[in-house]
Write a protein that binds this ligand. Sequence first.
Ligand code: MRU
Length: 363
Amino acid sequence: MKVGGVHYRSVWPGDDRRSVHAIDQTRLPHAFEIVRFTRREEIERAIRNMQVRGAPLIGASAAYGLCLEMADDPSDAALDAACRSLLATRPTAVDLANFLEAMREALGPVSPADRAECAWQRAEELADASAASCRSIGEHGVKLIEQLCEGRDASDPVNVLTHCNAGWLATVDWGTALAPIYLAHDRGIPVHVWVDETRPRNQGASLTAWELGQHGVPHTVVVDGAAGHLAQRGRVQLVLTGTDRTTADGDVCNKVGTYLKALAALDNGVPFWVALPETSIDWSLRDGVAEIPIEERDPTEVTWISGCDTSGRVVDVRITPEASPAANPAFDVTPARLVTGFVTERGLCAATPGALSRLHARP
Ligand code: MRU
């Protein structure tokens, strides 16, 4: 996608094959900065502190992290240790495990002397495939927006509510939930996005709003609690989110707060769709509420907030009493019964047990 007219991916290899570049998401929306990594440990730190974040992007970044490791030490022991260490950076998004598994499958049979070359090649293939999947999600998902547009006045856009950031920043390119929105906008379908701010880290307010603005898509940022009210007043025609891990039976784990959007959508007859590439499916799990590991992040993400002051300086301020403890579960699970359907790179399907595996070849 484009920033100031220049095409960027969220992560990409350096021409020297000794470095990896990424957009620093902790600096947006106030500054657009590129970070350069030369060691696998730096990529691990970037995943943990969320300079790179979003399920497919974490996976692609980890694959490139493995490339840096293989350029340094291509031994079997280093391959094993690097995979373990990269996998431990964040627990919830299954894309991390799926990308690392694909890298390991490619690198395992290759002799150490050829591993670095093979790693760069495979990581690039995976990144390209991930971007292509997201583009296909856009092509399939735009049909939902087209249908909702039928019979509406041109001055009355389709209002889509989204949570967190499931745009191109969260993936290698295009995004998941935002891909259909970009295509709808490009095709002249009037679309407006309600952007949940997504406390505590404000991925909606900081990242989704920035992305949509760069692309010229009409949008409005709302507090997380506003979704129910907007749905009750008929001001939301579609809820569309991404996911970090979806089980074989269709339970969806996504940024904390997603479950409440699904409840509000159901109560108000608003369709709730989830966009996902195959790399976000965990075929080994069925019951998401019981089985998906939910990341608990540092409570200071709740007690402190970062923003730009009137002089343009980015500052951190505390928003809670010093003595008040805080908790920070980063994801929640929306049971399949609350999900209208899935948009994947293979098409649209219901959120019923078996529906995903009929669309995708289960490994
Ligand atoms: O904690 P984050 O910002 O990595 O969480 C990201 C999300 O919850 C996204 O909605 C999810 O990764 C799907 S987007 C491709």
